[in-house]
Design a protein. Structure first.
Length: 132
């Protein structure tokens, strides 16, 4: 009986129910997981969405840097549980926002470095042509 259970018993029972549902309906569970991540991202606001997308790019670029890879892992491990639950309160989302901003900054730095290298390369080509 659910009403007669204490908190630990309810948690255990609900976990078993969730596992059963995920194994029984994996497609629906995946669809719900994607929706929950979308809710998490949308809760960040329009600038937060841009920052989150940049953070994903920064995470991909971070694979070469062990410190940045650790940061990306922290963000992923924090966002991961949102696949299973939806935290409607900002207090659950707020602790990860500075790390998302750091990963987004990493992506912007890498992008600006790439743009500057391209500009230098093209400007050196035009200088060579003018002097020949």
């Amino acid at each position: 009986d659910y009403p007669a259970m204490n908190e630990a018993q309810r948690d255990k029972w609900l976990l078993q129910q969730a596992k059963h549902y995920i194994l029984e309906y994996p497609g629906m569970a995946l669809q719900l997981a994607v929706t929950k991540i979308e809710i998490f991202i949308r809760s960040l606001g329009k600038y937060g969405i841009a920052a989150f997308l940049l953070a994903i790019a920064g995470s991909a670029m971070a694979l070469r840097n062990p410190a940045a890879t650790t940061l990306a892992f922290w963000v992923g491990s924090y966002v991961g549980p949102f696949v299973l639950i939806i935290a409607y309160y900002g207090r659950y989302r707020l602790p990860i926002e500075p790390l998302i901003a750091l990963l987004a900054a990493l992506a912007l730095c890498a992008l600006s470095t790439l743009v500057l290298k391209k500009q230098r390369h093209y400007s050196s080509l035009s200088t060579v042509k003018l002097t020949e």
